[in-house]
Design a protein. Structure first.
Length: 343
C-alpha cells in the first residue's frame, strides 16, 4: 500500500457514497456528526485514488452528510484488492454497532486471499505420486484453506476460529441484509429518513440515561448493604427519588408516530400531544383514544374532532372543515384523551 497524501473530494463522486448516505440515518453516525461540529474532522476517510473507492471511514463520510457538507478531506492511498480487504478487516475487527460489519469485512478478506491462493496454486507443479509406504496421503491444499490460514495470521487467531466465524458470519449477513422495519409504528404514513434517524437517536440516548440510573440504583444498593454509617432514612429518600426518575425515563422513550397528528403538516404544527415532534412516548400511548389508534380508518385530532386523514388534500394540505363531504366524528367530553402531564 502506498499513501499519496491529502485531498478534498466531492462526496457524490466517491465510490461508496450511497452506503454513506444510508449510514447517515444511524444513531452512532449522528453522534459522530455532533462530535465533528464541536471538534472538527478528527480522522480523514481513506480513499483509493485509482477508483475513488472509500476504503475506511464511511461513517465519517456519513457524518459529513448529516452536517450538510458536500465535500470531505480524505487520505489518498493506492492498494490492490487484497490489501484493501486486509485494511478493512483490521479496521472493522471490533465494530459492534453494525451486526454485519465484522462478518462483511471477514468475507471480503477471505475472498481476496482465496483469489490470491487460487492463482498461486495454478502455478504450482503437479504433486508427485504418493508412496503408500510413507503412510496415508496428505490432502492437497485448497485455496479456501490457504485463505483461512492467512486471514487467521492477520487477525491473530486460529484457522479453525476463522472457519467458525465464517459460518456465523453467513447467518449474520443474511440477517443484516434483510430490509429493516421502521423503529416505531408509523400508521403506514411516509416517514422522512432524517426524522426517523432523529427518533432513533433520541431513543438511544434516553436508553443510555435509563441504564445510568439503573447503575445509580445499584450503587445505592451496595451503599445500603455496606457497613458505611450513612443515615438510612436519607439513603431511602435518595433511593426512592432515583427510582421515581427511572420510572419516568422508562416511559419517556419514543414508541410511535403521533396518533393525534400522524405527521400531517398542518395538524402537527400545533399538535399538543407530540408538541410538534411527530412522535409520542410510552406514557402518552397509554391514553390513546381508540378512534385514533384504529389503523383501518386513519383519523387525526383537529379542532376538537376526529377527522379522517383522507379529508386532507394529498394528506398534507389542510382542507377547511366546512368543505369536507364526510362529517368528522366529534371528540365529545373526552377531549384529546390525554393530559399534558402524560407527555
Amino acid at each position: 500500500m502506498e499513501r499519496l497524501g491529502v485531498d478534498t473530494m466531492e462526496i457524490a463522486r466517491l465510490k461508496g457514497h450511497n452506503e454513506a448516505k444510508m449510514r447517515a440515518r444511524m444513531p452512532h453516525v449522528h453522534k459522530l456528526a455532533a462530535s465533528e461540529r464541536e471538534l472538527g474532522l478528527l480522522a480523514r476517510p481513506w480513499v483509493r485514488k485509482s477508483d475513488s473507492q472509500i476504503i475506511l471511514g464511511r461513517d465519517r463520510v456519513g457524518a459529513r452528510l448529516v452536517n450538510g457538507h458536500t465535500h470531505v478531506e480524505v487520505e489518498l492511498v493506492e492498494c490492490d484488492d487484497t490489501e484493501l480487504a486486509r485494511i478493512r478487516a483490521a479496521e472493522n475487527a471490533h465494530r459492534r454497532h453494525d451486526p454485519g460489519e465484522q462478518s462483511r469485512a471477514l468475507s471480503e478478506l477471505l475472498a481476496a486471499y482465496e483469489q490470491q491462493a487460487s492463482e498461486e496454486l495454478e502455478l504450482e507443479p503437479p504433486r508427485p505420486k504418493h508412496d503408500p509406504r510413507n503412510g496415508p496421503p496428505r490432502p492437497p491444499k485448497t485455496a479456501k484453506g490457504i485463505a483461512r490460514e492467512r486471514a487467521a495470521k492477520d487477525l491473530g487467531i486460529k484457522p479453525e476460529s476463522v472457519r467458525r466465524a465464517e459460518s456465523r458470519g453467513k447467518a449474520k449477513l443474511a440477517e443484516a441484509d434483510k430490509p429493516k422495519a421502521d423503529k416505531i409504528p408509523t400508521f403506514g404514513r411516509p416517514v422522512d429518513d432524517a426524522w426517523m434517524a432523529g427518533v432513533e437517536l433520541a431513543d438511544e440516548l434516553i436508553g443510555d440515561a435509563y441504564n445510568k440510573l439503573r447503575a445509580a440504583l445499584a450503587s445505592l444498593g451496595r451503599l445500603n448493604s455496606s457497613k458505611t454509617p450513612y443515615p438510612s432514612a436519607a439513603l431511602q429518600r435518595l433511593y426512592d427519588n432515583v427510582q421515581g426518575q427511572l420510572n419516568s425515563i422508562k416511559e419517556a422513550r419514543p414508541v410511535s408516530v403521533c396518533p393525534y397528528c400522524k405527521l400531517v403538516p398542518e395538524v402537527r404544527s400545533h399538535c399538543p400531544a407530540c408538541m410538534t415532534s411527530g412522535f409520542i412516548t410510552e406514557r402518552a400511548r397509554k391514553t390513546i383514544p381508540p378512534e385514533l389508534a384504529d389503523t383501518d380508518t386513519l383519523r387525526v385530532a383537529y379542532s376538537g374532532r376526529y377527522v379522517p386523514i383522507t379529508q386532507f388534500a394529498s394528506q398534507g394540505d389542510l382542507m377547511p372543515l366546512d368543505a369536507m363531504d364526510v362529517e368528522p366524528e366529534a371528540m365529545g367530553e373526552a377531549g384529546l384523551g390525554f393530559d399534558v402531564e402524560d407527555l
